[in-house]
Ligand binder design. Structure first.
Ligand SMILES: NC(=O)c1ccc[n+]([C@@H]2O[C@H](COP(=O)([O-])OP(=O)(O)OC[C@H]3O[C@@H](n4cnc5c(N)ncnc54)[C@H](O)[C@@H]3O)[C@@H](O)[C@H]2O)c1
Length: 285
């Protein structure tokens, strides 16, 4: 039974996962290498709790209980020593994920399950960094985690039925719907989303329209809840570029990242998290 969850990486996704984990009743620890990231995560998580109370989604008492279940640390090896499940949400770079999985494999109890929040990568390959591949799975959350209903669960080659069932139950206890699919680069959702988002950057580069015009056309004409540039800014342009590079390598030419996207990333325009991406957020909110 899963009671204690460690979330590794307190960026855009990790902080949201830590919130739904604590709100779902799990004793949760959020880990990052950067202390300032943890501080900003705590601020954002507390704001989400306050909003949930003001909207009558949870009571003040439930909020305080959930906050008491949540702690923060920069010491990964120590944090995972009593964990039942570790959910990794560090950048989409294989060498970083490898280092994390080797560390948690060395320090977590043998019974502990491992999940990766990768958007595109192979859970089989990630599992190969550990000596417990049957306990490793991909648990793909969506951004913003506290609002999005789905967790896409992707089994690796060696993932056991038991692991898949436990992870499905955990996601449900976090208030999410699940879909369990088989491994292929990009799974279901990232494969489509990366393609649409990349195509939008090619259109912008070709001068087909402004970001506003392209977003409006896609939202109102195709009934998407967000435009591709609004979504890219929310996801993070660096994360989107990393996803595309991986899919380009695995699935071929149609995923070649648009040069304009690469240019934005080089300029440090990473989206909402840096205040500027395709759109400028510095004078808003
Ligand atoms: N952003 C999205 O919309 C989204 C959606 C679904 C899945 N994902 C996936 O989730 C993962 C994380 O993405 P993100 O957008 O949250 O990234 P992010 O860049 O916002 O956050 C990553 C965090 O990991 C921390 N980190 C880096 N190295 C670390 C280490 N060795 N130990 C501990 N912490 C470390 C960083 O300090 C940072 O706080 C990626 O695999 C990404 O593909 C992202």
């Amino acid at each position: 039974m899963v009671r204690r969850i460690v979330v590794v990486g307190s960026g855009v996704m990790g902080r949201g996962i830590a919130y739904v984990s604590a709100a779902g009743g799990f004793v949760t620890m959020l880990v990052d290498i950067k202390e300032e990231q943890l501080q900003s995560a705590k601020k954002e998580i507390d704001a989400i709790f306050d909003k949930a109370v003001s909207l009558n989604k949870i009571s003040e008492a439930a909020k305080l209980e959930a906050q008491a279940r949540l702690s923060y640390s920069t010491n990964l090896a120590e944090a995972v020593q009593t964990a039942d499940l570790v959910i990794e949400a560090v950048p989409e770079k294989l060498e970083i994920k490898k280092q994390i999985f080797e560390t948690i494999d060395a320090h977590a109890p043998q019974a502990c399950y491992f999940a990766t929040n990768t958007s595109t990568m192979s859970p089989t390959e990630i599992a190969s960094f550990t000596k417990r591949p049957e306990k490793v799975i991909a648990m793909h959350f969506f951004n913003p985690v506290h609002k999005m209903k789905l967790v896409e669960i992707i089994r690796g080659l060696e993932t056991s039925d038991e692991t898949a069932e436990v992870i499905q139950q955990v996601a449900e206890q976090m208030g999410k719907e699940t879909v369990v699919v088989n491994e292929f680069p990009g799974f279901v959702t990232s494969r489509i989303s990366a393609l649409v988002g990349n195509e939008a950057f090619y259109m912008l580069q070709e001068g087909v329209g402004t970001p506003d015009q392209i977003d409006k056309a896609i939202k109102l004409g195709l009934n998407y809840p967000m435009g591709p540039f609004e979504l890219a800014d929310l996801v993070g342009l660096d994360t989107r570029l990393n996803n595309l590079k991986y899919l380009h390598e695995k699935l071929g030419e149609k995923y070649r990242p648009a040069p304009l996207l690469e240019q934005y990333v080089k300029a440090g325009r990473l989206g909402r998290k840096t205040g500027k991406g395709v759109y400028d957020y510095t004078n808003k909110e």
